[in-house]
Design a protein around this ligand. Structure first.
Ligand code: MTE
Ligand code: MO
Length: 522
């Protein structure tokens, strides 16, 4: 067989054609998604489908490795896989045009299937991926046909560089224009939501929270701030694009077993009820011992128990038929909360305000749930849309279907904020300090131990109710050498935090946080 010297180059250009076709497809799909809804973009849809199907062990690993960047890493991963397949499709198309085109188009179908598999999907969600797949296939067809067409004139048999070059320029221009238009259209689409948040003035609370006691915040460099500023508040959710809900059209529906008077409320109606303010520390079940997924804020909202009573709901202890309250968000997330906990007198809130401002979009604007004493995944539904009363035996919420426990009260935990792990310290007085939490039970005592020594009682910051974390500090006379510091807390029921190590699945990690430091002599 004779080998054609132009072949390697033709393949390189084939791979490039694949990439350009994929780029054009993605850009047009983003534009279409901006028109349909942002969640329907193929990358987001595939990403969401991957998140839904990721085994917990892998998800935990990803969260440990990448923290809150896990979403970015996932998106980059999808784009990288897509790029590899796009190049393969380009190469394939050079050899066998229909096969390459079919591969490009198949990707549209995969994206469409992923979009349709997402909760809350309608048939329209398939459109962006189908448009993208068709565009990619069409562009690939044009580029590869040009590659295969011999140049006219004297260089007959060679590549029609000009023709191919023009097509490349046209493709890049088209993709850029579509990408730009998509962004503009996307911003336009969420402009109503953005304006509704900007215009939203928080009503004053009928029951204000007392000021945070001055002694709740210890003056120690490196300790977590007692009130976590909104911009620093941890974020954990499955949303690859943050839902932007327009407060003016937002509605909440309350219905289900034992709901004598189902309710549908807009924001105005919700806010017509008395608002209470309450400080609550929120923690994530997937937080490792010593991890960062805990934050404390002043929430403003309507007491959920009042609203449920208004709807005629009775807790199981008073003969109500429903023991589970399933909250559903606009993005189809479901979280199941014990009705008994919501109605037992604690300040379970439908929150609209966080630290004096409307909820940030990332934290659930316009309305989210917050329940003191329960991990976020069984209580803190963001972008709330529906509350349905049912039973734990009849329904498993999203995380419960993924090996997490159905009921998950917060476990007593404590964390050393300072000194940091591997810190190099000078011998002498060192402030060992951090936070401890046992929401709704309260923290009674925190103790610190150096190496295998005795436990020393730490000084506690002033308590701000039982639903928030508490700061603590212990002055250590550090002696030279390597040392390990450990902390444990005792809640107000007298239960001491267990030292037994357990991972976060299924209902929260246990064990004592420990920090190793080295102390040098003077
Ligand atoms: N709609 C929606 N609400 C959600 C989640 C989610 O993925 N989607 N994650 C929950 C989890 S696991 C936690 S820990 C809290 C975190 O709230 P934050 O991001 O405001 O800190 O939100 C909860 N509410
Ligand atoms: Mo969580």
């Amino acid at each position: 067989m004779k080998t054609d010297p132009r072949r390697p180059r033709r393949y390189r250009l084939g791979a490039l054609s694949g990439l350009l076709a994929a780029g054009a497809g993605l850009a047009l799909a983003e534009l279409a998604a901006a028109a349909v809804r942002p969640e329907a973009s193929p990358v987001t849809a595939v990403g969401g489908a991957v998140v839904d199907r990721t085994p917990v062990a892998l998800k935990e690993w990803a969260v440990r490795q990448f923290g809150t960047d896990d979403k970015l890493v996932l998106t980059l991963g999808i784009v990288a896989v897509l790029a590899a397949i796009a190049m393969a499709a380009g190469l394939l198309a050079v050899r066998h045009l229909p096969a390459g085109i079919a591969l490009a188009a198949a990707f549209g179908v995969v994206g469409a299937a992923a979009a349709l598999s997402r909760p809350e999907a309608t048939w329209k969600d398939a459109l962006p991926s189908l448009v993208g797949g068709a565009a990619a296939a069409g562009v690939l067809y044009l580029l590869v046909t040009a590659l295969r067409r011999p140049a006219p004139g004297p260089t007959a048999g060679g590549l029609d560089r000009r023709g191919f070059g023009r097509l490349v320029v046209a493709t890049v221009a088209l993709s850029t224009a579509a990408g730009y238009a998509g962004r503009r259209l996307g911003a336009y689409g969420s402009a109503g939501a953005t304006a509704s948040r900007a215009d939203f003035v928080l009503p004053p609370p009928a029951v204000p929270a007392p000021p945070v006691p001055a002694g709740a915040q210890l003056r120690i460099p490196g300790i977590s701030r007692f009130v976590t500023p909104n911009k620093d508040f941890y974020r954990v959710d499955t949303a690859l694009v943050v839902p932007r809900v327009d407060a003016d059209t937002w509605q909440l529906r309350i219905h289900g077993d034992g709901v004598a008077r189902p309710l549908t409320l807009g924001l105005r109606e919700l806010l017509a009820r008395p608002l209470v303010e309450h400080d609550i520390t929120l923690t994530c079940v997937s937080n490792e011992v010593g991890g960062p997924y805990a934050g404390n804020a002043r929430w403003l909202g309507v007491r959920l128990a009042d609203l449920l009573r208004e709807a005629g709901v009775r807790p199981p202890s008073q003969g109500g038929p429903a023991d589970q309250l399933v909250a559903r968000s606009v993005d189809g997330m479901t979280l199941g909360t014990p009705v008994e906990a919501v109605m037992d007198g604690r300040d379970a809130l439908l929150a609209v305000g966080m630290n004096g401002e409307p909820l940030p979009f990332q934290h659930g604007f316009p309305v989210r749930m917050v329940v003191p004493g329960l991990y976020g995944y069984v209580s803190a539904c963001k972008w709330l849309r529906e509350l349905r009363l049912t039973t734990f035996s009849a329904y498993d919420a999203y995380w419960v279907r993924r090996s997490w426990a159905a009921r998950a009260p917060v476990k007593t935990q404590s964390r050393i904020d300072t000194p940091r792990s591997s810190a190099e310290l000078a011998a002498g007085r060192v402030a060992v300090a951090g936070v401890a939490w046992a929401q709704h039970r309260g923290i009674a005592r925190v103790e610190v131990r150096v190496d295998a020594g005795p436990w020393h009682e730490a000084r506690l910051g002033e308590a701000d109710g039982d639903d928030t974390w508490r700061q603590w500090v212990w002055p250590w006379e550090a002696s030279p050498g390597r040392h390990t510091l450990k902390v444990r807390a005792t809640d107000r029921t007298g239960a001491v935090q267990t030292g037994e190590r357990a991972g976060s699945v299924p209902d929260g990690a246990t064990g004592w946080h420990s920090v190793s430091v080295s102390v040098s002599g003077r």
